[in-house]
Design a binder for this molecule. Structure first.
Ligand code: SF4
Length: 397
């Protein structure tokens, strides 16, 4: 069975329970959801509301915002109301930082999920000469964590809301660093400590993340966490991300390698691409990753050859024209090929093909069948006509 899964063209997702974040279900029975985070000051209610709406309108299904103080927590209440009044309810997540349990209790009233970072529950007294904690000290620290964490768990449970246990490689607690070092295992142990506390309080609306800025570290941490949970009978969904991925091509590649690799292995139920760019830029990258691995299809899939000496027209230009004319359609695969030398099979069974046929002539394909030849200058409009003829056309909005 392992081999047949390894050789399958379908992703077999790790089975998880479903955790609701507003009206978005997170878990293996549902599409992998896309989320992002606004970078406005949460106290600026106008700007934050507008940013959340902008993101939601382009497909960000869950929006996170930072809540560093009690007044920020109260501002979230106003943002939520404003969204509901002027737009619609948007699933919101509050990022609550260290020593913020009062803040978490307040903001939990206004959001659908609260994110905490276990590494920021710090109860150790900083001492550069220290390298370990005694068992008694560890016991005391654990008791303090439980007493601090329990009220937020209870309030989320009472309101049937969700919690993200969001471990970051760069901010592990000192006791974890002493025991496990700065390693994926340290990240897993850090998350498991909080998973067990939630379990002992019979709270299970949990999503877990194990982010790191280097894909090999996050890959190891997520794989280890998934295995550990499966072994110990916890079926919580995972939120994937490469944190601090940077910007531009490299930031996108880093995110794709980290997130896409795990998704291909069946790990991951919600994703955030973190770029040092406007958050709106993250959403198309997230949907492209999901479409590439075959988990969600939200746009036209274009298949085009790299061109070579046999190319019979300006491929880059034609691909751009075809895209301009058809990118508003969804669910279609369209191939643009410089020539037919390698046969229609090279078009990866696209729904439609635009293929160089001879000097100044292209052929249009429906699936593997050649439908007609047309002069190159009429190629794009003839393709559009063919799609219309098949009843698959939608007028652009
Ligand atoms: Fe070259 Fe034809 Fe292959 Fe395109 S499809 S790369 S033009 S051989």
């Amino acid at each position: 069975e392992l081999l047949s899964r390894r050789y399958s063209t379908q992703i077999h997702r790790r089975p998880t329970r479903t955790v609701m974040v507003g009206d978005i279900p997170i878990g293996s029975a549902h599409p992998v959801s896309v989320q992002s985070m606004i970078n406005e000051d949460t106290l600026d209610i106008e700007a934050s509301t507008a940013a959340i709406r902008r993101l939601h309108e382009i497909g960000c299904e869950i929006v996170r915002l930072t809540v560093p103080s009690l007044s920020h927590a109260k501002a979230v209440g106003e943002i939520k109301q404003k969204l509901e009044r002027n737009y619609k309810p948007v699933p919101l997540v509050a990022d609550v930082h260290h020593n913020g349990m009062k803040i978490a209790l307040e903001v939990a009233k206004h959001v659908d999920k609260v994110r905490i970072n276990p590494g920021l529950f710090v109860f150790e007294t900083p001492d550069p000469n220290r390298t370990e904690f005694s068992e008694e000290e560890m016991q005391l620290i654990k008791e303090k964590i439980v007493s601090k964490f329990e009220p937020i768990v209870n309030t989320l449970k009472a309101q049937n809301k969700a919690l993200r246990i969001g471990v970051n490689h760069g901010s592990l607690a000192e006791r974890m660093l002493f025991a496990y070092g700065d390693t994926p295992l340290g990240m897993v142990e850090s998350a498991m400590e909080f998973v067990r506390i939630c379990d002992s309080l019979d709270f299970h609306n949990i999503v877990i993340s194990m982010k790191a800025s280097r894909p090999p570290v996050m890959l190891a941490a997520y794989r280890m966490m998934a295995d550990r949970m499966d072994k110990e009978g916890f079926n919580y969904p995972l939120h994937l991300g490469v944190t601090e991925a940077g910007d531009g091509d490299y930031g996108r590649i880093k995110s794709t390698v980290g997130i896409g690799t795990l998704l291909s292995e069946g790990i991951g139920d919600t994703i955030r691409v973190s770029l040092t760019e406007a958050p709106e830029k993250e959403i198309p990258v997230a949907y492209s990753i999901l479409q590439t691995v075959g988990l969600r299809k939200t746009m036209v899939e274009y298949i085009s050859c790299p061109s070579c000496g046999r190319t019979l027209f300006n491929l880059e230009e034609v691909v751009a024209k075809v895209r301009d004319a058809t990118s508003h359609l969804t669910g279609l695969d369209i191939a643009v090929m410089g020539c037919i030398v390698n046969g229609p099979g090279e078009m990866a069974d696209a729904d439609y093909g635009y293929v160089g046929k001879g000097k100044g002539v292209i052929a249009l394909y429906r699936g593997r069948d050649e439908i007609r030849k047309v002069p190159e200058e009429d190629g794009v409009s003839a393709l559009v006509d063919l799609i219309k003829q098949d009843g698959k056309w939608l007028e652009p909005e």
